[in-house]
Design a protein. Structure first.
Length: 421
């Protein structure tokens, strides 16, 4: 408790609240920390729950330095306020002491609210957040989940060492306690159809994520031993890495999660290969440093141009890159350095360069999609089908938990407004 008080008292409670501007969810960070200073932890939780229901999760896994903590004025001359640890403290205490989330104070007709039924397909951060905010507004909410546990990417995409699944279970139980119903082992396009749901519900929110790995379009991607990073994290179906060399291609948090997970499984060496410089990596700085401290090696400004082998991966051909400023672009672009090719012995290759929605599912919905396969939505997250909304990774938003949760909260607001006109 002494440490928490010290962390809270370090906050200057800035009136301008730059940390709040840096938070995708817009959490009122100075206000909740002020309540921690005053010892009113329940009120601190109520302040946070105005904008988020994932305090114990986001406090642990958000890329704080590129979001809220990166905007903290304390960080200009010293280290920023440890907002994540304070949020974890409040979120965990709320679960332990069963603090309640306030009903949302919205001036709508209660009878009309209770007659509206909403189906949410997917239980990741977007689905859980949308469901919670709708339930707190008095709506009848049912979540449809293809597995037998809720959580989506929080359960199947984030390793245990970053997010203890018991903590996740506690967070989910608190959300379901708002009166949300769940239908397990129900997969869109397999044993539930959108047309069926439209006949049963007043609104539908599609939040099924995007977990099909992008491909690089290079020779050898079809070889045995080439995996998608998202697939490995979701299925947890790994090969035997014992004494093997593994290349992880990419520079985001999925790449770091894959590299760190595999590095704990008896591997000889894990090498992260990223075509830009270290300072351009989108992964959280802490995740990069943790990977390094655990023995993961990095090759920066390096691109993979071929995967070599007859049936299985044996080697990879790489090329060095230089970073140049292209006309009309602000970010430096990697360009291959001619003649800098080199070969590395490799047994497995993990592609962690991004993901897209499952084409078969989204194409079966009768909803308009963009050229990349993401579901198209308007400014209110409504799809080309009336009263059917989509959000999170399936629409191609920024791929972080907090941004996905933000879209879920925004969708809940638009559903309320559209159904109760």
């Amino acid at each position: 408790m002494e440490n928490i008080n010290e962390l809270a008292n370090y906050c200057l409670n800035c009136k301008a609240k730059p940390c709040q501007k840096g938070c995708p969810l817009g959490n009122d960070i100075p206000e909740f920390i002020k309540n921690v200073k005053d010892g009113d932890y329940e009120q601190a939780y109520k302040v946070l729950s105005r904008t988020t229901v994932l305090q114990s999760v986001c406090g642990r896994i958000c890329p704080h330095m590129s979001q809220c903590m990166g905007k903290c004025v304390r960080g200009i001359k010293s280290h920023p306020v440890n907002i994540g640890e304070l949020e974890v403290f409040v979120g965990d205490l709320a679960i332990k002491n069963n603090y309640c989330m306030d009903k949302l104070d919205i001036d709508y007709n209660d009878v009309k609210k209770m007659s509206n039924k909403v189906a949410i397909i997917g239980s990741g951060p977007a689905g859980l957040t949308c469901g919670a905010f709708l339930a707190r507004s008095g709506f009848d909410v049912t979540i449809y989940e293809k597995y037998d546990h809720l959580g989506g990417i929080l359960r199947h995409g984030i390793p245990e060492f970053r997010l203890d699944k018991e903590i996740l279970d506690n967070v989910i139980r608190k959300i379901l306690a708002l009166g949300i119903k769940v239908e397990y082992k129900k997969e869109l396009g397999v044993n539930i159809l959108l047309d069926q749901l439209k006949n049963q519900y007043d609104a539908i929110f599609i939040a099924i994520g995007a977990n099909i790995p992008w491909r690089m379009g290079i020779q050898g991607e079809e070889l045995n031993g080439v995996f998608g990073g998202n697939y490995l994290l979701e299925s947890n179906n790994h090969p035997d890495y014992g004494g093997k060399n593994v290349a992880v291609i990419g520079g985001g948090n999925v790449a770091m999660d894959c590299a760190r997970t595999i590095n704990k499984m008896g591997v000889n060496k894990v090498t992260v290969i990223y075509r830009r410089a270290e300072e351009q990596m989108p992964a959280e700085i802490k995740e990069i440093e943790d990977a390094k401290s655990e023995g993961v090696e990095f090759l920066f400004q390096t691109n993979v141009v071929k995967i070599l082998g007859e049936k299985e991966v044996k080697k990879i051909e790489c090329i060095k890159t230089e970073l140049v400023k292209k006309e009309g672009e602000t970010r430096l672009s990697p360009v291959d350095v001619e003649g800098s090719n080199f070969i590395l012995d490799m047994d497995y290759v993990v592609m962690a360069i991004g993901s897209m929605p499952e084409e078969k599912i989204v194409n079966s919905l009768g909803i308009e999609c963009d050229k990349k396969g993401y579901i198209k939505v308007d400014e209110n997250y409504e799809t080309s089908m009336k009263n059917v909304y989509a959000g999170g990774d399936v629409v191609g938003t920024k791929a972080t938990v907090a941004w996905a949760a933000r879209t879920g909260r925004d969708v809940a607001k638009h559903i309320r407004e559209d159904l109760l006109k």
